[in-house]
Design a protein around this ligand. Structure first.
Ligand code: 13P
Ligand code: SF4
Length: 309
């Protein structure tokens, strides 16, 4: 079967047989994005996961995103093409560390970025993504102290935007965005003097200071599409190039290599391939399996986040 059809055709056939839906993050390879029923950033995909009827969701993104979708759809089967599609931010903060913080600071509201394990979410008061983090923090009464976790750059950005002095910030980083050096952005601006700069808030503060626009993955795409300029330096994962070029053909997009891989690709996101997507739909594994107790505890902070714009 695999020999006579293209892998993409086989996936679509299997998807129909399974009554499955494919969700893809904007950092996935173009061929995966093209097969998906919905493509988006982490907030859009969390919302989309609730909208579809399918029995099976193949989540082409990283594991914590699929866990979030599972919590929102406890009766559905959630698969991810590669079990090792993780995230350095998830690894930066464990549930036990959050419990220890809560024991020492019981008055703090715990605000967690969606890039956390489901166990950390279960210890959280309200979640956020890069798209709604400022609004989430603003939704918390001003007198309440906050712990924002786990991304230090997003946390500092949100603290600056909200003017919130009573906010502690965890020290985690994204291996992709946090290693974009300002000097490489400076060099890119010299090379492309007419280009505007768009950056994800996981980037370091000296990179953010040079940005004309700061926003989530989808917000960056929307801004570049609508902006009057024709040329952009895009300080995020280079998977967004596919959607940028699709929605704004004729505009030019430049990506800056980071100091982690000398590229701008997330090694976790890129573990997913069409072959692994096919196998995950065929075998229904790697599958997200969570206990009812953890799902119940993680649901409340996720729903609080979804209620904030
Ligand atoms: P978005 O919320 O912009 O999709 O970001 C997710 C992510 O992992 C960024 O590195
Ligand atoms: Fe995690 Fe960074 Fe990869 Fe996003 S780009 S999934 S934050 S490691």
């Amino acid at each position: 079967m695999l020999a006579t059809h293209s892998i993409a055709e086989d996936i679509l056939h299997l998807k129909q047989e399974r009554g499955a839906v494919i969700l893809a993050h904007l950092y996935q390879e173009p061929e995966i994005q093209e097969l998906a029923d919905a493509v988006g950033d982490s907030l859009e995909l969390a919302r989309k996961a609730k909208e579809f009827d399918g029995e099976v969701i193949a989540f082409c993104g990283v594991w914590f995103m699929a866990e979030t979708a599972k919590v929102l759809n406890p009766t559905k089967t959630l698969v991810v093409p590669d079990r090792e599609a993780g995230c350095s931010l998830v690894d930066a903060c464990t549930a036990e560390q959050v419990r220890a913080f809560k024991r020492r600071h019981p008055d703090h509201v715990i605000v967690s970025y969606i890039n956390t394990s489901v166990e950390v979410k279960a210890e959280t008061d309200i979640l956020c993504t890069s798209r709604n983090a400022v609004n989430v923090v603003n939704s918390i009464p001003a007198h309440k102290p906050i712990l924002f976790l786990p991304d230090i750059n997003l946390g500092n950005y949100v603290k600056k935007q909200t003017g919130r002095a009573n906010m502690k910030i965890w020290q985690g980083t994204c291996i992709v965005h946090a290693t974009f050096p300002a000097r490489r952005l400076t060099a890119a601006r010299t090379e492309h003097p007419d280009a505007l700069v768009a950056a994800h808030p996981e980037c370091p503060p000296d990179v953010l200071r040079m940005a004309d626009f700061i926003g989530s993955t989808s917000a960056i795409i929307d801004w570049c599409v609508k902006a009057e300029a024709d040329e952009f330096i895009v300080m995020t994962e280079s998977g967004v190039r596919h959607m940028l070029e699709k929605r704004a053909p004729g505009k030019q997009f430049h990506f800056v290599p980071n100091e982690n891989c000398n590229c701008s690709e997330c090694p976790y996101m890129k573990r997913n391939t069409l072959e692994k997507l096919y196998a995950s739909l065929r075998d229904l594994t790697p599958r997200v399996e969570l206990t009812p107790e953890i799902m119940e505890r993680a649901l409340a902070p996720i729903e609080r986040m979804l209620a904030v714009k």
